[in-house]
Design a protein around this ligand. Structure first.
Ligand code: FES
Ligand SMILES: [Fe+2]
Length: 437
């Protein structure tokens, strides 16, 4: 099966359709890493993963293994996970504590937590060699740019480019909505995440996140089963079923209702889908939480915060954030047909424990690798990737409502929630990144 279209790059993406090799061609995948993941801002982690000086977490930006570490001065540094001596990876765990310095366990070179060399065994051996005392090649190389938006740490491997806030633009709402919902205005990571490897291209995952047509089809069976249980609970107890059932029964939302949702496409490929679930039942936990919010923010601001109606924000090309439920999925492409996702969730600082349990329920019931919802999505992704490898057709269709969604000041609003505008918006950014020199 040929994975190369023979078409030049600028002919692979049309306004309403995309050539299948954008997903399958190993050469295009390499270019995506170089021109997108190694250029723009990529999410590294949350600062609460590294609370104390010496705490570190490892991840990757494109192909590059990276370390996020809290320095002695309290700053969060992002460094290449590579010893400058003979290249060994310095940290081999997902997270840990380095102590006051990093020490490479191969030959014992030591480094300050900002990557500057601290000590080299048998250092006199370097006198009169080309590796002189002040040579920066003795230091761990830092990411050229690191910025933090409300605790969410991003790095860019490019020296130049827009700052993080300009890059995020409309996608800042993801982090504002999540943090504003915390009485203390901050969130805290739950220390570890699920890591899952999907056997499909990274773009298929992102496209699915704002694909409002698929939930009632793909997840209908899960939704109807949960709705049955909800009914049973109500008839037996007279009470509404706990909110967690609603997370699943919401998938019974018929297709015509999704039609009324709105999606928004921002510059740089970011996209947003409005909320569709009621998250403010009048149960004692919610009422207690809302009272705590009013204590911190006052009634008017609390109302403003809690009525923000977001379901999903895609921070292109690396994140899917569900801010009202404090969920975040980070996308790390490994190969054209292999994608690592990290599935994180957060606590709202200052909120009652029950509100955390609610986010945890969503994490387990909808986003974890063990739920039917996720399993059904993964199966679709795999099926798409298999089909795209075949020669049964050359193009992927994004025609639904093409040319109909109005754009103002670079922001596109869909005419219907079912429009394939988010996919077209992401590919418009993809084309710009891939064309850049
Ligand atoms: S490779 Fe790290 S000290 Fe030699
Ligand atoms: Fe889904």
């Amino acid at each position: 099966m040929s994975q190369n279209s023979g078409l030049p790059l600028d002919r692979l993406v049309e306004p309403d359709r995309v050539h299948r090799t954008c997903y399958t061609d190993p050469e295009i995948f390499e270019q995506e890493l170089e021109k997108i993941f190694h250029k723009t801002w990529i999410y590294v982690g949350h600062e609460s993963q590294v609370k104390n000086p010496g705490d570190y977490a490892t991840t990757q930006i494109g192909k590059q293994p990276m370390i996020m570490v809290r320095g002695k001065d309290g700053q969060v540094n992002v460094l290449y996970n590579r010893c400058p001596h003979r290249g060994a990876m310095l940290c081999n765990e997902h997270m840990g504590h380095a102590g006051k310095t990093f020490m490479c366990s191969y030959h014992g070179w030591q480094f300050h937590l900002d990557g500057q060399v601290y000590g080299i065994p048998s250092e006199e051996g370097y006198e009169q060699t080309r590796l002189c005392a002040e040579d920066p090649a003795k230091n761990i190389k830092p990411a050229p740019r690191v910025e933090n938006y409300r605790g969410f740490v991003f790095a860019s491997l490019a020296e130049d480019g827009p700052d993080l806030e300009s890059h995020l633009g409309g996608a800042k709402q993801a982090f504002d909505d999540m943090c504003d919902r915390a009485p203390e205005g901050e969130v805290e990571v739950v220390p570890n995440c699920f890591r899952m490897i999907q056997k499909s291209n990274w773009k298929i995952f992102l496209e699915n996140q704002l694909d409002a047509l698929h939930p009632s089809v793909t997840h209908g069976s899960t939704g109807h089963a949960a709705a049955e249980v909800e009914k049973e609970i109500k008839s037996k107890t007279g009470e509404d079923a706990p909110l967690s059932y609603h997370y699943l029964s919401a998938f019974t939302t018929p297709i015509h209702k999704w039609d009324s949702m709105e999606t928004v496409g921002y510059p740089q490929g970011h996209c947003l889908l409005q909320g569709y679930m009621g998250l403010r039942p009048q149960d004692p936990d919610t009422l207690e939480y809302e009272a705590v919010m009013r204590e911190h923010y006052g009634a008017e601001r609390t109302e403003e915060i809690l009525s923000v109606n977001i379901h999903h924000v895609l921070v292109y090309p690396c994140l899917s954030v569900q801010s009202p439920l404090q969920q975040l999925r980070a996308v790390r492409p490994l190969a054209p047909d292999r994608t690592l996702t990290e599935i994180w969730h957060f606590r709202l600082k200052g909120a009652p424990e029950a509100i955390y349990r609610r986010a945890l329920d969503y994490y387990y019931l909808v986003n974890s690798p063990s739920t039917m919802v996720n399993a059904d999505d993964l199966y679709n992704f795999w099926r798409c990737h298999q089909g795209l490898r075949s020669e049964g057709g050359e193009w992927v269709s994004f025609h639904r409502n093409a040319g109909q969604d109005p754009t103002e000041n670079g922001v596109t609003t869909s005419v219907t929630g079912l429009s394939e505008m988010p996919m077209r918006n992401m590919f418009s950014a993809w084309t710009d990144f891939m064309a850049a020199r």
